[in-house]
Design a protein around this ligand. Structure first.
Ligand code: FMN
Length: 220
């Protein structure tokens, strides 16, 4: 599979088959993903990968907390200016057309990682992100690059992924189940597994803004 095919095939998968992903496949994906660029090659990413019992513990813990306010290590943006809010509204509307499930069960599915057999958590060191003079947001650029590599490599292996902020909404639950110390923070979770292509939710493809609306060209 060439790079364009992988980019175009990747999309968020929200229904997985229960089949486990072989450990060697996950190792291969993670190893290759770390060829991503990072600021001055600092490579701020670390991974914790969960399946089986620890993942069940996480799901139970998240469901128990699901009605309480999330306590993300990296908080959700508090504001969405009109242009971005409009895109979210379009997404919500399209989502409602493709899912037969109600909104509440969709929310629960999000906490259950849509049935994925494994989740890759992206972490970084707290002291590298929370610096004395402000946040090191550059660590987020780097982690975004490694996350996209993971998702493209997974696509190449016939796997599906969905990157989830919701997967790190309750870091205390994750720290306990995965024995991760306070010195590490959770950026994101990537649910990974074999897509259930029979579920209509996986037929859904999001739109993108036209290139002309987001690009200016200079000196051509
Ligand atoms: C930082 C980030 C957080 C996200 N969190 C969630 C999430 O919690 N649950 C979910 O179902 N999708 C989540 N998504 C997936 C986006 O909704 C999805 O990428 C977007 O709608 C574009 O669709 P596509 O991935 O199919 O191209 C997240 C994506 C990003 C980049």
């Amino acid at each position: 599979m060439d790079i364009s095919e992988a980019i175009n095939q990747r999309k968020s998968i929200r229904a997985f088959r229960p089949d486990p992903v072989p450990l060697e496949t996950l190792k291969g994906i993670l190893k290759e993903s770390t060829r991503a660029p990072s600021w001055a090659n600092t490579q701020p990413w670390e991974f914790a990968v969960a399946t089986g019992k620890p993942l069940e513990e996480i799901r139970a813990g998240f469901l128990e907390k699901s009605m309480t306010s999330p306590s993300f290590d990296v908080p959700r943006p508090p504001e969405f200016p009109d242009r971005y809010a409009a895109r979210i509204r379009v997404l919500d509307k399209q989502n409602r057309l493709v899912t037969t499930k109600d909104w509440e069960s969709r929310r629960v599915q999000n906490f259950k990682h849509y049935g994925a057999p494994a989740v890759i958590y992206l972490l970084t060191c707290r002291e590298f992100y929370y610096q004395t003079k402000g946040l090191n947001v550059w660590a987020l650029y780097d982690s975004g690059a490694v996350a996209e590599n993971i998702m493209l490599l997974a696509t190449k292996c016939g796997l599906g992924t969905v990157v989830q902020a919701q997967a790190v909404a309750y870091p205390d639950v994750l720290r306990k189940a995965l024995e991760i110390p306070e010195s590490k923070i959770f950026f994101l979770g990537i649910a990974i597994g074999y897509p259930d292509w029979d579920n209509p939710i996986n037929q859904f493809r999001t739109e993108r803004e036209a290139l002309d609306n987001i690009t200016t060209w200079h000196g051509f």
